[in-house]
Design a protein around this ligand. Structure first.
Ligand SMILES: [Zn+2]
Length: 313
């Protein structure tokens, strides 16, 4: 698996750099594969905190990016990485607030985004997810691409509140919409939009590590990834700051580049399928040509995409 550097500085428009970026702890690199590898050494992981705007932060460690809102109404976080990192995450949050975590939103059920659920739920946080994500977390799951078993969560780790379409929070001066825009990365994805701050956590429907994992056996599809990123583009503007599922803070232009890549690859694959080609023919056509082959290994990735397209044939 390729390494992708996630250490960088982000400067928000109109803000001095010192305000835009707070590096509490620096972290050198992250491996896409390591986000899923169960054998990784969590002792080595450090949590880096970046301020996005007043009271709103992104935490980067191992696994999915975490968004944190702090303020007079309490502490609200989006995703919680892996269980062995909870103490470090709590310590990083403790640098910006004295209040415990009240709400945890799960952007989807994958273990690199929800591994801390039992710890946070056990400390009294209310976990919230799409209904399908809770259903997944109630029983053992298997993530085929990484040959990874995800065991059922205990009561503490399961979302106490679920929604089908959307739920709105009014906290810390934010209107926060948690919205399911359709099946995309999995069958239970949600994006979290801080409306006034114009900041959106996309979960894994938008990532910056290259060819994105699409969990086709568990309800994901490339058509869903394209449709949902289209809808996100329609909800946001060129000043929106994105917290992607993995990778650095981003703008809508990055999301549109990602969407265009998926569209181009999809068109190339469907033209092979429509002229009677099978998966071997798709591979031979090299539909990812011109795009960086990093992230998920290309042949495995094309298999997921091909299988998701064949569902429609
Ligand atoms: Zn995921």
């Amino acid at each position: 698996m390729p390494a992708s550097s996630i250490t960088h500085e982000v400067v928000m428009p109109g803000q001095p750099r010192s305000l835009a970026t707070i590096l509490l702890v620096s972290l050198a690199t992250s491996m896409v594969g390591a986000q899923y590898a169960s054998a990784q050494d969590f002792d080595e992981v450090q949590i880096r905190t970046e301020q996005i705007t007043d009271g709103l932060y992104m935490l980067v460690g191992s696994g999915g990016n975490i968004a944190v809102s702090v303020g007079e109404d309490g502490t609200f976080i989006v995703d919680d990485q892996y269980a062995p990192l909870t103490e470090k995450i709590v310590a990083a949050i403790g640098e910006v607030t004295d209040e415990p975590v009240d709400f945890v939103i799960n952007t989807h059920w994958h273990f690199d985004h929800t591994g801390g659920n039992e710890n946070f739920g056990g400390r009294g946080a209310v976990i919230v997810s799409h209904a399908n994500s809770r259903t997944r977390m109630e029983t053992d799951q298997f993530v085929e691409l990484f040959s990874e078993n995800q065991r059922a969560y205990t009561r503490d780790g399961l979302p106490k509140i679920t929604f089908d379409e959307s739920v709105r929070f009014h906290l810390n001066g934010h209107t926060i919409d948690v919205v399911h825009l359709g099946r995309a990365h999995t069958d239970g994805d949600a994006v979290v939009y801080f409306r006034e701050a114009n900041v959106m956590h996309t979960g894994d429907v938008f990532v910056r590590y290259g060819l994105p994992f699409i969990d086709q056996p568990n309800g994901g599809s490339i058509d869903g990834m394209i449709a949902v990123t289209d809808r996100i583009a329609g909800m946001t503007d060129h000043e929106t700051v994105f917290v992607p599922g993995h990778g650095p803070l981003s703008y809508r232009s990055d999301l549109l580049t990602f969407n265009a890549m998926l569209r181009t690859i999809r068109e190339r694959i469907t033209s092979v399928i429509e002229s009677g080609g099978d998966f071997e023919a798709v591979l031979a056509a090299n539909p990812v040509e011109g795009f960086p082959e990093r992230g998920i290994e290309t042949t495995s990735w094309l298999r997921l995409v091909y299988d998701s397209l064949m569902e429609g044939y």
